[in-house]
Design a protein around this ligand. Structure first.
Ligand code: AMP
Length: 395
């Protein structure tokens, strides 16, 4: 029997799932439930080789979406092949340094991290609890976005603010996208045929959310995101780093509430805010080619800040065995990789334009010249990483 794992990524009004063969990484079925709780609630399911199926579940909540998905798996004779469920959980605080089989204690500990990720953890918990009810005969495993970065040293994770805020409130840098950074660093070591323990890597996950990490011997030693996923790089709608006094300035000078500032920095900033056009890099690249100056400016700020952060992440590594580009932008945008490596000439990067153009889907492509500090495109696969972790945790 194949060792299939059901991977669940549950948001407040959406639920993404895939059935993953933890040995091969193949995903016979994937899907997404959206607009949960709304009249337009819908489940779309894609089986390999088949067209997408759309099932309306008007006003359906997570339980209805999940029972619809499980019915479908039953019809496809896949339900009995599910050995465990792997749940993506955004915040594991300092408690979770690894993926963990979920029991009542673990549920309480995840709940105790809710204040650190109020938009994400409560939704992740809804997914876990609903799934546990409907699939009570298999183990459930939590895989945390933060766990990979728990190896960061104090000098990387502490903010220079009163120490008791860390000790008493847990205010520190945690980092996110850990599953992706871990996957691409392992995949690159595999491709190179070198032990991960011997490699000093920088991984840049550039999607709608963006973060980069210094990975030494397979362990994260610094990253760009912090207490929340707002810190660090310019993202689709998130600002990344700004002057910490900006909040005070906007509240006192522009009479914004603190919630309005939070929404501004998380939902209206980044590429969208700078370009006044879109959070989508494809749209901005096209607009820039068509002469839109503001779109060009947004891309320039994105690349400049990214290059500065990558240079900073080289500090704890000493030398770089590989820079990895991944995520929707990192894997697909020839132009962004070209611009960023040009800005990073100081670190010895020299792009190979032909290889940069041909790198992309289903390749682990070297995109630099032989004498250069090496840079690669590696396609991320968070679902497979979650499935592998789940398999390992139940064993
Ligand atoms: P993700 O969150 O990983 O799905 O990445 C989404 C981002 O990847 C969006 O900004 C997309 O515009 C960007 N993206 C996807 N394909 C391309 C492409 N061919 N060129 C540039 N950006 C792309």
């Amino acid at each position: 029997m194949s060792s299939n794992i059901l991977v669940i990524n549950c948001g407040s009004s959406s639920l993404k799932f895939s059935v993953v063969d933890s040995a091969s990484g193949q995903q016979p079925i994937t899907g997404l439930a959206e607009r949960l709780g709304d009249t337009g609630a819908v489940v779309s399911i894609k089986s390999s080789g088949n067209d997408k199926i759309i099932i309306d579940i008007p006003n359906g909540e997570h339980d209805k979406a999940l029972s619809t998905i499980l019915d479908h798996l039953q019809q496809q004779d896949l339900l009995e092949t599910i050995q465990a469920v792997g749940h993506r959980v955004v915040h594991g605080g300092e408690q979770f340094t690894d993926s963990t089989v979920i029991d009542d204690q673990v549920l309480l500990a995840i709940e105790a991290c809710n204040h650190l990720a109020p938009l994400h953890n409560p939704a992740n918990l809804i997914g876990i609890r609903t799934c546990q009810k409907l699939l009570s005969n298999v183990p459930h495993v939590a895989v945390f976005d933060t766990a990979f970065h728990q190896t960061m040293p104090e000098q990387a994770y502490l903010y220079p603010i009163p120490y008791e805020l860390y000790k008493e409130q847990g205010i520190r840098r945690y980092g996110f996208h850990g599953t992706s950074h871990r996957y691409v660093s392992m995949a690159l070591a595999d491709t190179l045929g070198k032990p991960l323990e011997s490699l000093n890597l920088i991984s840049a996950h550039l999607g709608n959310g963006c973060s980069a990490a210094s990975i030494q011997g397979g362990k994260s030693i610094d990253t760009t995101m912090g207490l929340t996923p707002l810190e660090g790089l310019v993202m689709g709608t998130r600002s990344g780093d700004v002057d910490p006094s900006l909040h005070h300035f906007l509240c006192s000078q522009m009479k914004m509430s603190i919630d309005e500032v939070n929404t501004l920095l998380n939902k209206k900033s980044g590429l969208l805010g700078l370009s006044s056009l879109s959070n989508d890099m494809r749209t901005l690249e096209q607009a820039s080619q068509d002469g839109n100056q503001q779109a060009e400016l947004a891309i320039q700020v994105f690349c400049y800040r990214l290059a500065k952060h990558i240079a900073a992440l080289a500090v704890p590594l000493g030398h770089i065995d590989g820079l990895i580009f991944t995520g929707g932008i990192g894997e697909n945008s020839v132009a962004i990789r070209q611009r960023v490596l040009a800005l990073l000439a100081v670190l010895g990067f020299k792009i190979d334009d032909e290889q940069n153009k041909s790198a992309g889907k289903s390749q682990h492509g070297l995109i630099t010249q032989p004498e250069s500090t090496p840079a690669y495109v590696v396609n991320t696969n968070e679902e497979w990483m979650i499935a592998k972790d789940t398999q390992a945790a139940i064993q």
